[in-house]
Design a protein. Structure first.
Length: 110
């Protein structure tokens, strides 16, 4: 895989998040741990309701963020986010089955 770093200032991501130890149920790259389940939720949502998410920047690109905090090293708990980029100008996000479960993040890109 080739990685390209692009400076954009910030991006708006919409998706789902999990907080805790994502590897407590199963370690490694598997759909059985919380990261795998998070991706399953996102992919299921996009397949069922993707047309309700307006202005997706690139339907072939998605993001996974691991957000650590002060206690992460001691507890192994952190936020994991999986989502897609939304073009910020005129974008809106509405009408999913469980709108309280959806998360939007502005992420600085450096």
């Amino acid at each position: 895989m080739h990685v390209t770093v692009v400076e954009k200032g910030q991006i708006l991501l919409v998706g789902f998040s999990f907080f805790g130890d994502p590897f407590s149920a199963s370690s490694g790259w598997t759909e059985e741990n919380e990261i795998g389940r998070l991706w399953q939720r996102l992919m299921t949502c996009l397949a069922a309701h993707g047309e309700q998410i307006k202005h997706i920047a690139d339907e072939h690109v998605s993001y996974e963020l691991h957000l650590m905090h002060e206690q992460t090293q001691a507890t192994s708990h952190y936020d994991v986010f999986a989502g897609v980029e939304i073009e910020c100008h005129g974008a809106h996000f509405r009408g999913l089955d469980d709108p309280d479960a959806a998360v939007a993040l502005f992420v600085p890109v450096v």
